[in-house]
Design a protein around this ligand. Structure first.
Ligand code: ADE
Length: 251
C-alpha cells in the first residue's frame, strides 16, 4: 500500500513517519510514503509561492488550484484504480476505525492537505476528492490529521502489526474499550494488581477482562455501550465487574 501526501510541509510528514509502527512498516516495505510539496509546482514567476488572496474578500489566504492539481498529476500515472483521494478538512465525514479498515484495503491513498484559510474549490472538484475530518475541532492545517489517519490505516494493513500487537483485541475494534492493564511491581504506592491477574487461570482472566471492558465502555462511552448487543454472559460479567468496583469503594 502506498500513501501520498500533498502538502506545504513535506518534512513534517516524512520525519514523523520515521518512528514506531509506521516507521517500521516502511522499513519492512509493507507500505510506502511520499510527500509532495505544492511549492515544487508553483505558478511561473511566483517564486514558489502558492497562496493568494480570497476572491470576494475576507481574511486569510487560499492555496491556488494550479499547484494542487499539478502536484497530483505528477503522481497520477503511478496510481492504481484502487485508490482514494482525500481532502483533509474539518468539513469532512468523520474518520473512524471503520474507515481506517476500508482505506487499508486500497492500493493507494492520496491526502491533500490545506493550510491557511483553505484551498481553491476548483482543485477539489477536478480531483474529485472526498472530504474527511478527524474531529470537531480546527487545526492549523491538514498535515497532523493526515498523519493520524496514516497511523490508524497502517495498523490495519496485514503484517504491519506483529503477533503480540494484534489490533483486534484493542479498544474500539469490537465496539468496546480495552480493559485495564498492569505490569510489575505487584504493589505500587499501596495499590495491588487485581488478584485474578496473578492467578494464571486464563479462562477466568478472560472473563474478568470482558467484564472490565464492558464496565469501562458503559461509564466512559455510553454512546458506544448503547450500540452493543450483550449476551447473557456479558450481562453477568458486567454485573460482576460493577459489584467488584462497589466493594472496593466501600473498603
Ligand atoms: N484541518 C483542520 N482541522 C482539521 C480537522 N479537524 N480534521 C481534518 N482536517 C483538518
Amino acid at each position: 500500500m502506498n500513501f501520498y501526501v500533498l502538502t506545504l510541509f513535506p518534512e513534517l510528514i516524512t520525519q514523523s513517519c520515521r518512528y514506531s509502527i509506521v516507521g517500521r512498516a516502511i522499513m519492512e516495505e509493507r507500505l510506502t510514503l511520499e510527500a509532495i510539496c505544492y511549492r515544487d509546482f508553483a505558478d511561473e514567476n511566483r517564486k514558489r509561492r502558492v497562496d493568494d488572496y480570497t476572491y470576494g474578500g475576507g481574511a486569510g489566504m487560499v492555496i491556488q488550484p494550479g499547484p494542487i492539481v499539478r502536484s497530483f498529476r505528477s503522481i497520477e500515472t503511478r496510481l492504481s484504480p484502487r485508490r482514494r483521494v482525500i481532502y483533509v478538512t474539518p468539513q469532512g465525514r468523520l474518520f473512524d476505525e471503520q474507515l481506517a479498515i476500508e482505506l487499508s484495503q486500497e492500493d493507494d491513498v492520496v491526502f491533500l492537505c490545506g493550510h491557511y484559510e483553505g484551498v481553491d474549490e476548483r482543485a477539489l472538484d477536478i480531483l474529485n476528492a472526498e472530504c474527511v475530518s478527524i474531529g470537531d475541532y480546527v487545526l492549523s492545517g491538514g498535515e497532523l490529521p493526515a498523519l493520524v489517519m496514516i497511523d490508524a490505516i497502517a495498523r490495519r494493513i496485514p503484517g504491519v502489526l506483529h503477533n503480540d500487537e494484534s489490533a483486534d483485541i484493542e479498544s474500539l475494534s469490537d465496539g468496546t474499550l480495552e480493559y485495564p492493564q498492569y505490569t510489575r511491581p505487584v504493589e505500587f504506592e499501596g495499590r495491588r494488581v487485581p488478584e485474578i491477574l496473578l492467578s494464571g487461570h486464563h479462562a477466568n482472566i478472560g472473563k474478568w477482562r470482558r467484564g472490565q471492558s464492558l464496565m469501562r465502555t458503559k461509564e466512559r462511552r455510553p454512546d458506544l455501550f448503547e450500540k452493543l448487543e450483550l449476551t447473557k454472559e456479558d450481562r453477568m460479567l458486567l454485573i460482576a465487574a460493577e459489584d467488584e468496583k462497589t466493594q472496593q469503594q466501600t473498603v
